[in-house]
Design a protein around this ligand. Structure first.
Ligand code: ZN
Ligand code: ZN
Ligand code: ZN
Length: 277
């Protein structure tokens, strides 16, 4: 399996849209991997995770054949993960000319995201875009993956879920956005058939004290790594990644964060990073 990170920032981006803070000034000056756009990833160039406004620049920057994507799983309805207005751009013959007219782009989301998406797809042809309602802890299939949404500890009105994505004996745990895991999710993880292959942790506060109950910081990611290993949720082969960073976070710039992350056995994500596992 392969994950490619397309966007690795929290809602405001790094540099943040209207910000003059030192982290943002530094990111603008350094450029490259220090520029972080809004949250999105793609698995095996096939399964899209989230649909932020920055989807547009991601498809250009990383040469993604977006017209060929058939499935997009949505973590929650915050706008840095779901920008519904661009769904209209999939309307074939009008905003787009799509050769494969048999396979719509189907969005999978829990209630809040589903309602927002459906509001758009209801006015479109089912051949262009569609919405499927998912339920936490109930697995479904898309693109040959077994996908299980787990309830996240995040703004409840956004119906937030984390995703376990399984194929060919590998399991990816895409854990964004969330604070400390609730008991039901922790219990689900403890009863997995096999250790996780790759864990992508929420690290919004980076190296600051965590000021958000609905996100994690690096110290908490380190603690969860320890817990996952102790409980057999992960093993020595598991790849640990930190992702979804706020410009407020100390050491948010990739040049600084990569070594700090590596010292605790983590990869620090950057826009465009690919991990094969
Ligand atoms: Zn977010
Ligand atoms: Zn800033
Ligand atoms: Zn969020």
């Amino acid at each position: 399996m392969k994950i490619q990170y397309l966007g690795t920032a929290a809602a405001e981006g790094v540099p943040a849209l209207f910000c003059e803070c030192d982290n943002c000034k530094k990111a603008r000056k350094l450029g490259g991997k220090n520029i972080r756009s809004r949250s999105q990833a793609i698995v095996d160039n096939t399964l899209l995770i989230d649909f932020p406004a920055d989807t547009y620049m991601h498809f250009i920057a990383h040469d993604i054949a977006l017209y060929a994507i058939k499935s997009c799983i949505i973590t929650h309805s915050h706008q840095d993960h779901l920008y519904v207005d661009d769904i209209r751009m999939r309307a074939n013959g009008n905003f787009a000319h799509v050769t494969d007219t048999e396979h719509p782009l189907t969005f999978y989301a829990d209630r809040a995201g589903y309602e927002k998406i459906k509001d758009k797809t209801d006015t479109m042809s089912k051949k262009d875009a569609d919405a499927v309602l998912i339920t936490p802890y109930e697995s479904f299939e898309a693109e040959g993956y077994k996908i299980t949404p787990l309830r996240a500890s995040h703004a409840p009105k956004t119906s937030p879920v984390l995703y376990l994505i399984e194929k060919d004996g590998k399991t990816l745990f895409y854990s964004h956005d969330t604070g400390k895991y609730n008991d039901e999710t922790m219990n689900y993880l403890e009863n997995l058939e096999r250790p996780l292959s790759l864990v992508s942790f929420d690290c919004t506060s980076v190296c600051n004290d965590n000021i958000f109950s609905s996100h994690l910081n690096f110290a908490e990611c380190v603690e969860y790594k320890k817990i996952f290993l102790e409980k057999g949720i992960a093993d020595e082969k598991t790849i640990f990644v930190i992702n979804h960073f706020s410009h407020n976070g100390k050491h948010v710039n990739h040049n600084e964060l990569k070594d700090i992350a590596a010292s605790e056995g983590f990869l620090s994500s950057y826009d465009g990073m690919e991990v094969d596992f």
